[in-house]
Design a protein around this ligand. Structure first.
Ligand SMILES: Nc1ncnc2c1ncn2[C@@H]1O[C@H](COP(=O)(O)OP(=O)(O)OP(=O)(O)O)[C@@H](O)[C@H]1O
Length: 414
């Protein structure tokens, strides 16, 4: 691991073009911009980058109202009426359109009814962030329907890490970046910490004192030990197909008593905290979602590795997790595929686009037959890919093979 110590100012100069370019066309559009992402994935910095764009465009500072609900300073504003009054008073003092930035909005009770009313009551452009994947689900979505556009912010992918090294003129080899990524994941802050020990301490702290603490307090979880064991179990078994029934059986045999309903409930909360991500199972022939089994992946590889999950993880599963996160951050909806009795690792959708991916660590003779063979059985013309750590191009029969580092760093356009 390269030793790095950079000051925060320097870090903040890094542009996450991936997101800023996506958000830019919506600036000044009459839609609430909602940024959702795992804790510490970089949402606040993204807000400050949007604010910089506004300042560059000549928006006066007084017309930008920022509230970070993580700060105790704004504790009183968690009450919807106080919040409404504070923002309205400030907006009235400004001359012309105001820009509202609300960080970690889920702290405000009834935020989903207050925010749309700002839009009605004065001329404004609104940006909010939240670290709960359910921020816009259910009732909230109904309240805000048609009035917002959401962006999911993921931890850095490998190409962004490479960009970080290039901007800071740090020496790197692609292989070293990749090896570090498999160990420490993509939370941006880990890139500026000076050594392995501080990176591990940072990740442990985010895992325990930030993500787990959030979930425990947000949902008043009664059985903390079960929640932790369940998460460790799923992080230990990323990429394996499970049902709530099979998970509760495994926990029972490890001495942790539970019920299927509790498992389902707790998994839901872990997903809401985005430490865990569920990939639904899609029947390629039947073209429907199979409700009974799904796979789980870590929201960040570094957080997986500092959990108490086993260090002895199957590398191909880790690579699957990497490809899964990469495709999500490229804007795909990612499912795991089933074709009769065979598995297809990923079926990915974006608008009209659809493609299939198999991931393997090393393509041995057996593996080639299996990975390519499974894709060959799919009876359609959508693009099909095999991704592995092999360097030699093994593309065949219209199925494209990519080396994983090339796929991640050259942003092979799939
Ligand atoms: N684009 C970036 N370039 C460099 N460093 C970054 C970038 N984005 C975030 N960071 C660093 O990562 C850390 C976490 O970022 P940030 O506070 O923006 O995350 P967040 O998603 O808002 O976190 P939380 O949900 O916990 O409030 C910060 O210390 C920040 O300096």
């Amino acid at each position: 691991m390269t030793k790095l110590v950079k000051d925060v100012e320097c870090m903040e100069m890094i542009r996450r073009n991936l997101y800023l370019d996506k958000i830019r066309p919506f600036i000044d559009q009459d839609l609430i911009k909602v940024l959702i992402g795992l804790r510490r994935s970089g949402k606040t910095i993204l807000l400050s980058q949007i604010r910089d764009v506004l300042l560059e465009r000549g928006v006066p500072k007084e017309n930008i109202i920022e509230i970070n609900f993580e700060s105790r300073r704004f504790k009183k504003l968690e009450d919807a009426d106080n919040f409404y009054q504070y923002v309205t008073e400030r907006a009235e003092k400004a001359d012309g359109k105001v820009y509202l930035f609300f960080d970690e909005i889920q702290h405000v009770k009834e935020w989903h009814s207050v925010i749309p009313s700002f839009r009605i009551d004065f001329d404004c452009d609104i940006y909010v962030t939240g670290s709960n994947s359910k921020l816009l689900s259910g009732e909230l979505a109904t309240n805000m329907a048609g009035r917002y556009v959401s962006f999911h912010v993921y931890p850095f992918v490998l190409s962004e890490i490479q960009e970080f090294y290039e901007i800071n003129e740090l020496p790197y080899t692609r292989e070293q970046l990749f090896v570090d990524y498999l160990k420490y994941g993509g939370l941006p802050m880990r890139l500026v910490l000076p050594d392995e020990h501080s990176v591990r301490t940072y990740l442990e702290d985010v895992y325990d004192s930030v993500v787990m603490k959030d979930i425990l307090s947000r949902y008043a979880i009664r059985n903390e030990s079960l929640l932790r064991k369940l998460l460790e179990f799923l992080l230990d078994n990323i990429g394996n197909p499970f049902s709530a029934r099979s998970i509760s059986r495994s926990l029972l045999s490890a001495g942790q008593s539970t019920t299927v309903d509790t498992v389902l409930n707790y998994i839901d909360k872990l997903q809401a905290g985005m430490i865990l991500s569920k990939a639904e199972r899609y029947d390629i022939k039947g073209k429907n979602i199979l409700a009974s089994t799904e796979k789980y992946y870590a929201g960040d590889i570094g957080l997986r590795n500092v959990s108490k999950a086993s260090e002895q993880i199957d590398t191909s599963k880790l690579l699957e997790n990497v490809v899964y996160l990469e495709m999500l951050s490229r804007g795909y909806d990612v499912k795991v595929g089933k074709l009769d009795t065979q598995e297809i690792d990923f079926v990915c959708y974006k608008g009209q686009k659809k493609l299939y991916i198999q991931v393997a660590y090393v393509l041995s003779e057996d593996c080639i037959a299996r990975e390519f063979g499974n894709l060959e059985k799919i009876d359609d013309n959508y693009p099909k890919y095999v991704i592995s750590s092999d360097i030699i191009d093994m593309s065949r029969n219209g199925i494209v093979h990519y080396n994983i580092i090339d796929f991640l760093l050259d942003e092979k356009d799939i």
